[in-house]
Design a protein around this ligand. Structure first.
Ligand code: AMP
Length: 273
């Protein structure tokens, strides 16, 4: 595996190759969720490129940018073992200048759900993803359904800006207890981790209703609120794949999303029906 920190070196390589490139952008502190994306990319492309870059523009003031988990050495080992060809680990100065052209998330879909609590978050996400796409020139780019709104907005950006890239959305990976894997789980104490299991339990209870034929969104939300008793809930929403409010659950066109705060840690989880 080659580690590249210089964008020009990466560009020189990606411009010169005619091989298919699978790209997995990450912020590091890699876990099985990230590894599942890398493995899928490995199976479907001749070259696999992973980036690790904690992107400042997607964090709002007061969020955890400065303390975001950093595990560079472990990440390098994980990428080597997963068969990554190039690991791109640029400095901030390599990526951003001052007074830049920026990307703006769509006015509606970019500002509901996570975008409501975190306005400008998706502007920053789209900005970095577009920059990385232009450096990497991937054939296929892999994103987790864990960040449902993110992958939907990236697909929209690719469509709206006519980018010649195939976006592959990959299943959400959980630990054995059901907790959705996230680099931010490292912030949780043991008791907070236990409390966090209520999040996946709420989605399991929603699933039970739906499997039983109950498509009523109010009833689904009520069961989830009850399961999350004692936890600070930011939102529970049931939306279509276009992030529009639904009147009732529609099979293959519904995402149930939940965002909570446990201690000082914000956690998200979801279920695609
Ligand atoms: P991050 O490093 O958190 O920015 O995530 C990088 C990529 O990994 C994004 O496409 C995420 O959606 C994906 N990802 C993170 N956690 C998971 C998970 N538990 N399951 C599947 N994909 C994930």
């Amino acid at each position: 595996m080659k580690i590249i920190t210089d964008k020009k070196e990466l560009q020189a390589f990606t411009k010169s190759t005619t091989k298919s490139i699978g790209f997995v952008p990450t912020m590091g502190a890699l876990h099985e969720g990230h590894i599942s994306l890398i493995k899928k990319a490995r199976g479907e492309n001749e070259i696999v490129i992973v980036s690790i870059f904690v992107n400042p523009t997607q964090f709002l003031a007061g969020e955890d940018f400065a303390k975001y988990p950093k595990k560079d050495e472990a990440d390098k080992k994980i990428c080597t073992l997963a068969g990554v060809d190039i690991l791109f680990m640029p400095d901030i100065n390599m990526i951003y200048g001052s007074d830049e052209v920026t990307i703006k998330a769509p006015n509606v879909r970019g500002f509901v759900l996570d975008g409501f609590k975190r306005p400008t978050h998706f502007d920053g996400v789209l900005q970095i993803v577009l920059k990385l796409f232009n450096l990497v020139r991937p054939t296929n780019a892999y994103f987790g359904r864990k960040d449902a709104q993110q992958v939907i907005l990236i697909k929209q950006m690719v469509e709206n800006l006519f980018l010649p890239i195939n976006i592959v959305d990959c299943p959400l990976i959980r630990d054995l207890n059901g907790l959705a894997l996230s680099s931010r789980n490292a912030y949780l104490s043991d008791s907070e981790k236990k409390e966090a299991l209520k999040i996946s339990a709420s989605l399991q209870n929603a699933t039970k209703l739906i499997v039983g034929g109950n498509m009523n969104i109010d009833e689904i939300k009520n069961v989830m609120f009850a399961t999350l008793d004692g936890i600070k809930i930011e939102y529970i929403e049931v939306v279509s794949l276009e992030l529009k409010q639904l009147k009732k659950v529609e099979l293959k066109n519904t995402i149930i999303l939940v965002a909570v705060q446990i201690g000082t840690t914000r956690l998200i989880d979801n279920l695609w029906i």
